[in-house]
Design a protein around this ligand. Structure first.
Ligand SMILES: [Ca+2]
Ligand SMILES: [Ca+2]
Length: 285
């Protein structure tokens, strides 16, 4: 017997196959792992699992909570637990009582370039709002590895734009919009272990999310002749703005006049040249 993959699985694996009815054999190692992740933990309503492209790493949120009535993605149900699987072994990290994941599913990316995948989350502290927390399996434990400090105020949230080595210096940059609903500030930090500090930010306002929607995939990454660019909507949603990053600075490269639809991925809304699709980390339910 086989079962259909949930939507999130299809989303993450669609680029591996033209078959839109991908199935997974529950007797396979992957099938057993997925079943264990679904049956052994207290899931969120959407039951969204992220799969790395090679399916060696899986991640989901679990342990629902309604302790933080913000509802930024349409309901007040957020998560207290991160559950990941690496090559069939499952690891769990449960947050302290005053934290929660205000997110849909974890991102999976080799952010420190060591060949091992890390797990990138939007994590909120109940009085200081959202930050970014990066987890890694070290010595058989799923531990916090790096973080961006919380915004500092209750109900303030952020959404990730991209993770990539944007300036080709061998170190990954992390880009996000702080408070995308109320005057979004575009920020960039270079990865390092421990607390990550902002290197640059854009003074004009941007937004990669509309309140109470379940679409976080509102940015794209492109590469042309080895140069990386990323694009995201203006705060008003009437433009798409393209940036590069070099010499520790965000550089505005292009403005595209376009009425953005915040209910579908930005990659589908403009014929971006050199588009790098990231189905693992295009978070959209
Ligand atoms: Ca890594
Ligand atoms: Ca870099």
């Amino acid at each position: 017997m086989k079962y259909l993959l949930p939507f999130a699985f299809l989303l993450t694996l669609w680029s591996c196959s033209d078959d839109s009815t991908l199935v997974i054999d529950p007797q396979s190692t992957l099938g057993v792992t997925v079943e264990k992740m679904k049956s052994d933990y207290s899931l969120l309503p959407e039951e969204a699992i992220s799969f790395s492209l090679d399916s060696t790493a899986l991640a989901q949120y679990a342990q629902p909570t309604e302790k933080y009535p913000h509802g930024v993605m349409g309901d007040d149900i957020e998560a207290e637990q991160l559950v990941v699987a690496v090559e069939g072994s499952i690891y769990v990290h449960t947050l302290e009582e005053d934290y929660l994941f205000e997110d849909l599913r974890p991102r999976i990316y080799d952010i420190d370039g060591d060949g091992q995948l890390e797990f990138i989350t939007i994590r909120t502290q109940v009085e200081r709002g959202a930050g970014i927390a990066i987890y890694k399996v070290i010595n058989e434990q799923l531990v916090e590895y790096a973080y961006v400090a919380e915004i500092g105020f209750l109900t303030r949230w952020l959404n990730i734009v991209t993770m990539d080595d944007l300036d080709n210096d061998g170190v990954v940059e992390l880009v996000w919009v702080q408070t995308p609903h109320i005057g979004g500030i575009l920020k960039v930090a270079k990865f390092n272990g421990g607390e990550m500090t902002v290197i640059d930010e854009a003074t004009e306002q941007y937004s990669n999310h509309r309140g109470r929607t379940r679409h976080l995939c509102m940015s794209v990454l492109t590469e042309i002749d080895g140069q990386k660019f990323f694009y995201l909507p203006s705060q008003a949603g009437d433009k798409i703005v393209g940036f590069s990053f070099s010499n520790r600075q965000l550089i505005k490269e292009q403005t595209i006049d376009l009425e953005v639809d915040f209910t579908k991925p930005l990659s589908e809304q403009h014929p971006f040249e050199g588009l790098i699709l990231d189905p693992v980390n295009c978070i959209d339910l």
